[in-house]
Design a protein around this ligand. Structure first.
Ligand code: SF4
Length: 221
């Protein structure tokens, strides 16, 4: 598997925000969000090759911890099912973070954390390229306990998220969250109050980015 980093930190986002967790960050992502907060992990040249056994040996040092498998896009990794199966023996809770562009198959995962890509995920080179696949996201929600985090910057994004929600047939079974678009503490401070107001107005749950508040973001945070 291509691994960017393995580290122990506080889960900053979603329904488990605040829980100490072991993070396994895979490298490589076919989406190319201009606001990606893990730029160093999205290239297919990033990270180092590690076997499942090597990763599990590292994870074993945090036996009993929650695990978060994130990226990059973890679902492109061939040995993901074996990794989840191995982690099951040492972790009470496994979260998988995905952009929802690929089906997951049968994984030993407790929470599917889906961050669907709105048009704000398109970069200048691929203006009309779609990264939003409602049928795939519905399939994930039907198979796994799920949360959906929309990364939003303004009202237009929130309205687009609302239209996207209507296309995800199984959406009623997932937690729906809005997360401020920010990759630094300063950006988060500016954007979070505005997004909180959108949550109040539209009934979404506010998704924090505690890693920016506590550690300023970046590698190992
Ligand atoms: S999907 Fe996630 S990892 Fe991939 S480019 Fe976008 S924010 Fe970065």
């Amino acid at each position: 598997m291509k691994i960017s980093e393995i580290f122990y930190s506080i889960q900053g986002e979603g329904r488990l925000a605040g829980v100490p967790s072991l993070f396994i960050r895979t490298a490589g992502c076919p989406v190319n969000c201009p606001w990606c907060d893990t730029d160093y992990a999205k290239s297919f040249d990033a990270g180092e090759e590690m076997s499942v056994a090597q990763i599990l040996r590292r994870a074993d040092a945090r036996d009993g911890s929650n695990v978060v498998i994130t990226g990059g896009e973890p679902l492109i990794q061939e040995d993901l099912a074996d990794l989840c199966y191995g982690l099951r023996a040492i972790s009470p809770h496994i979260t998988l973070e995905t952009s929802g562009i690929l089906p997951a198959g049968d994984l030993a995962v407790d929470l599917m954390s889906i961050s669907p890509k709105l048009s704000n995920a398109q970069n200048d080179e691929e203006k009309n390229f779609e990264h939003f696949y409602p049928e795939i996201i519905s399939g994930l929600i039907e198979e796994y306990s799920s949360q959906i985090k929309f990364v939003v910057s303004d009202l237009q994004d929130v309205l687009e998220a609302g239209r996207a929600v209507k296309e995800i047939s199984a959406v009623g079974r997932a937690d729906l969250m809005l997360m401020p678009m920010a990759s630094t503490f300063e950006e988060y401070q500016l954007k979070a109050p505005e997004v909180a107001q959108y949550c109040l107005g539209f009934g979404y749950t506010f998704c924090p980015r505690l890693q920016l508040v506590l550690f300023g973001g970046g590698k190992g945070a």
